[in-house]
Design a protein. Structure first.
Lengths: 431, 133
């Protein structure tokens, strides 16, 4: 199968700097760079990290039927999804949701971007572009919607961490305009130079970007989309601009530990071939205010409404950094020693530790003086019986058994939702 | 990831297929994991070692090393009694990455069978073994 392993245009760069590589989602990707995954993880909390995420796939839908097609196939209700007042999606906004099978199981999770009234972009996981495009085509029916799989035609770079905007400000034209009024889950610009939207966000070398205030770390930052031919030059430009800020290239290991601590699911591991129910990510479903039903019809809704014998997915945190391995299988036992389920993800968030029972992060404003955490294991379990925050369970692999606690949240004081205005350089007269 | 010719593989130690190194010190043998192993594992965040006084056989698991990526077993390159363990690794497991043959050593063993030592690979045979892997 070696021939079928794909690479991103930055593959040579990763090799040149000595990254430790592994195949993920069909792509040979960096696991970590010589800096090491621990420092990479820390950099995203305290400075900035840069990730090559060009393995992720993108699909576009264009035409008057696009909205209805997405309403029928994507779990988020696009007519009521923005802000507290649940207003309809608008140009420049994006939302997280799920593509379900008719039986309520997950095909993939995705972020849907509204590029225009009849034009959407969908970002799905590595290797999923073809499958999601086929799925949408199969459900297009009489709708007028053109579906295009852009797999391997786009480059994608994530710049994550509290210094992300300050670094990008130095290399984006008219950055004062770009970096304002850009709430979490919004975007500006376009990667296609022929789109009028592409005038909004250009690098100083004129490369058009789609700049999205999203990410997979729980921290403040951006995802940048560009034509694949501009990936390497953009990567090097950001590294150069970020060198004074200690920008750190980060691999998939840090990406995994950061997202686990931020309670974000990995598709096909934490969500997958079981009904998308009773998990920490139900905000992806279009529940009505009373949570008695859904605000729209969509593929899989009936199965979710009538599901029986559902399993429950919960985040957990450990008491030290030791993990169990989920490569074989790791099981969950309740306080009576009864086996109740399996471990989906177990990673170590190396930036957190316990002060008494409370979890504290190196980025917590109220951390004790001299706080130097060793890290805590954390992740997700899927169990047959209902558990509550604070319940202690044991997770066990062939090697060891560790005590962990069911929690609502893991890494505290994350920066993803911080007001943009606090995260940018202000012009001198504003200071 | 280091290329084979970038690895530090000291000539005064012997090596096991599971990438432990062993170095004679008088009657005892000092043991750790080699540069190839630490490079493959990435940041080591926790090391579990046996108790002093334990007697373990060649090939038996003597502990685990936990990296950000995974938890891996450590195997006895030769059988014998554990006469010392590196207690410093409890607070500074990163020593295994930084100086695998010095501050990152793991156990000191009194071998029970001299033949075990002779079975271990020299630097040259170990490097040939790595190239074939």
């Amino acid at each position: 199968m070696y021939d079928s392993v794909k690479t991103t245009p930055l593959h040579e760069w990763h090799g040149k700097v000595g990254a430790n590589m592994a195949v993920f989602g069909g792509y040979d990707m960096p696991l970590w760079y010589p800096t090491g995954a621990k420092q990479e993880h820390m950099a995203v909390l305290t400075g900035a990290g840069i990730f090559d995420t060009s393995h992720m796939a993108s699909v576009t839908i264009d035409g008057p039927g696009s909205f209805d097609l997405l309403q029928g196939c994507f779990t988020k209700d696009l007519s009521s999804c923005i802000g507290k007042n649940k207003t309809p999606i608008e140009d420049g906004r994006c939302v997280y949701g799920i593509f379900l099978n008719r039986d309520g199981t997950t095909i993939d999770d995705a972020i849907v971007y509204r590029m225009g009234e009849t034009s959407y972009m969908i970002i799905v996981n590595a290797g999923m572009g073809g499958e999601i495009a086929d799925h949408l085509k199969a459900h297009t029916g009489n709708l007028e919607a053109k579906i295009t799989d852009l797999t391997d035609r786009l480059g994608k770079i994530d710049v994550q961490g509290p210094l992300a905007a300050r670094i990008l400000q130095g290399i984006i034209k008219k950055s004062d305009d770009v970096f304002q009024k850009m709430p979490y889950f919004s975007f500006k610009g376009h990667f296609d130079a022929s789109s009028p939207l592409s005038e909004t966000v250009r690098l100083t070398n004129d490369t058009p970007l789609l700049l999205s205030r999203t990410g997979y770390t729980g921290e403040f930052g951006f995802e940048l989309f560009m034509d694949a031919s501009h990936l390497t030059s953009t990567w090097e430009m950001i590294l150069d601009a970020g060198s004074d800020f200690g920008i750190t290239p980060c691999g998939l290991a840090a990406r995994d530990s950061l997202r686990a601590g931020a309670v974000l699911p990995l598709s096909h591991q934490d969500i997958g071939h079981w009904p998308f129910l009773s998990n920490p990510w139900l905000f992806a479903l279009p529940y009505n205010e009373e949570r008695s039903g859904f605000t729209k019809k969509f593929l899989g809704d009936e199965a979710l409404r009538t599901a029986e014998d559902i399993e429950y997915t919960y985040p957990f945190a450990g008491y030290d950094l030791r993990k169990v391995s989920t490569q074989e299988s790791a099981c969950v036992f309740d306080s009576q020693g009864k086996e109740i389920g399996e471990v989906l993800t177990c990673a170590t968030d190396m930036a957190i530790g316990r002060v008494g029972e409370k979890i504290v992060s190196i980025a917590s404003p109220d951390k004790p003086q001299g706080f130097r955490p060793r890290g805590l294991s954390c992740g997700f379990i899927k169990v047959q019986s209902k558990l509550f925050s604070g319940d202690i369970v044991e997770i066990r692999d062939s090697r060891r058994s560790i005590k962990v606690v069911v929690v609502d949240d893991i890494r505290p004081d994350r920066t993803a939702r911080r007001p943009l205005n606090d995260m940018v350089w202000k012009r001198e007269e504003d200071i | 990831m280091k290329e084979i010719d970038e690895l530090v593989i000291p000539g005064d130690a012997r090596y096991a297929e599971s990438h432990e190194w062993a170095r004679l010190e008088g009657e005892d043998v000092r043991i750790g994991i080699n540069d190839y192993a630490q490079d493959q594992l990435g940041d080591i965040v926790f090391v579990e070692l046996p108790e002093v006084g334990d007697t373990l056989e060649k090939g038996e698991e003597f502990g685990t090393v936990e990296s950000v990526k995974a938890v891996s077993e450590l195997y006895m390159p030769l059988g014998g009694e554990i006469v010392a363990i590196n207690v410093d690794l409890e607070d500074t497991p990163e020593m295994v990455n930084q100086e695998p043959y010095e501050g990152g050593w793991m156990i000191l063993v009194r071998p029970s069978d001299q033949d075990d030592w002779d079975d271990l690979m020299t630097k040259k045979t170990y490097l040939d073994f790595l190239k074939g892997e």
